[in-house]
Design a protein around this ligand. Structure first.
Ligand code: TXA
Ligand code: MG
Length: 350
């Protein structure tokens, strides 16, 4: 298959015109990757089971892992799901934006899109290219992150090209995304309001709108028979680089990381470090590859760079990576959730 790339970056004023062909491709059952404010998505007509099936094939995604349905109009939520008051309040406060809402599905949504679940995950993105595509295609767009299953989500079009070239119809190149980690998923289908995946919209932000919110207790725990996350996708190994990644936390982390790197280098391995801007200088010359992921004082810069850094390590020969910890409040909860998954929950306390 030939994959066509459409560059919209820098000339967004006539976005509808530029994306017209990609929109008709979506409407006709094709696959189109596009930027959202969180990460790049791989879109197909959500109500066309055959089109949705192509997504699973292109990504190599397990078929029990449901897709998020993207809409361009808040009221479309009512077409797809049985909507309650909490969902309405959340949509009013956070859409368009990086929040996905899980609700009991209506019959119109095929089980091929929801992985057999009787709920559906819905999100209205804010990125102009995403909105233009959904609106002009005239369909609801099922879109997982546009990476090969298991790899870090794409935050720029070159990441999508790495994983999807020749496997899909179009890639819309809108430059680097803003947020860099996937949307917060909140389940309001039951009595309790539960975060199934942390993201840019925090627990505290949600609580201001709908009152008490729980975190899915299975998040950030090693997977066992009794501990199963409620979002099926959260149970898979995810984001992991080829090298073995370990998070280091505690006192004097930089000095300990340098020590750990030395030990592995003495055994003949190449070793990488993932760190914040604040400590980058300390590590100069101390490892084979150093990825600085942004500033601790501006955690959103860490979120924005995290996946690109994880992908960059795959272009090097390092066999081990030591990462500083980014535990904290706000978006740090989401950053650590992704970093822990990438590390297979490996943490050294020093
Ligand atoms: O920011 C995002 O949400 C991006 C962009 C492209 O919008 N999309 C995204 O999709 O991250 P994906 O497929 O990579 O992750 C969707 C997650 C998976 O963990 C899946 O299991 C969960 O959402 N999910 C989807 N439908 C669900 C449902 N009905 N109940 C529980 N979890 C669901
Ligand atoms: Mg994904």
């Amino acid at each position: 298959m030939r994959t066509e790339i459409i560059k919209t970056i820098g000339h967004e004023e006539n976005i509808d015109e530029q994306l017209m062909q990609a929109a008709s491709c979506l409407a006709g059952g094709g696959l189109v990757a596009f930027p959202t404010e969180t990460v790049y998505g791989l879109g197909a007509d959500a109500l066309n089971e055959k089109a949705a099936a192509k997504i699973y094939a292109a990504k190599g995604r397990p078929s029990d892992n449901p897709l998020i349905v993207h809409i361009a109009k808040v009221s479309d939520m009512e077409v797809l799901a049985h909507v309650n008051e909490r969902a309405r309040l959340l949509a009013e406060s956070f859409w368009p934006g990086p929040l996905t809402i899980v609700l009991p599905k209506k019959d119109i949504v095929p089980s091929g899109t929801t992985g057999g679940l009787d709920t559906v995950a819905i999100r209205m993105p804010s990125h102009p290219a995403a909105l233009s595509l959904i609106r002009n295609a005239g369909v609801y767009v099922a879109a997982p992150s546009a990476n090969t299953s298991g790899r870090p989500s794409p935050t720029k079009a070159s990441h999508v090209e790495e994983d999807m070239m020749g496997r899909i119809d179009y890639i819309v190149d809108g430059g680097e995304v803003g947020i860099g980690i996937e949307s917060t998923i909140v389940d309001v289908s039951g009595e309790e309001t539960v975060i199934l995946r942390p993201g840019y919209i925090t627990k505290e932000m949600l609580e201001l709108v709908v009152g008490p919110v729980q975190m899915d207790p299975a998040l950030d725990k090693p997977l066992t028979e009794d501990v199963r996350p409620k979002a099926p996708g959260m149970k898979y190994t995810h984001y992991a680089p080829k090298a073995s990644l370990t998070i280091v936390e505690g006192e004097n982390v930089p000095a300990h990381i340098v020590q750990l790197v030395k030990e592995k280098q003495e055994q003949g391995f190449q070793v990488g470090i993932m760190c914040a801007k604040e400590t980058e200088d300390f590590y100069k010359g101390q490892a084979d590859y150093i990825a600085c992921v942004g500033e601790r004082t501006h955690e959103e810069t860490v979120a924005a760079k995290l996946y690109a850094a994880l992908r960059d390590f795959d272009q090097t020969e390092v066999a081990y990576i030591y990462a500083e910890s980014f535990r904290g409040e706000g978006i740090s909860v989401a950053i650590m959730n992704r970093l822990l998954k990438a590390a297979g929950q490996k943490v050294i306390h020093v």
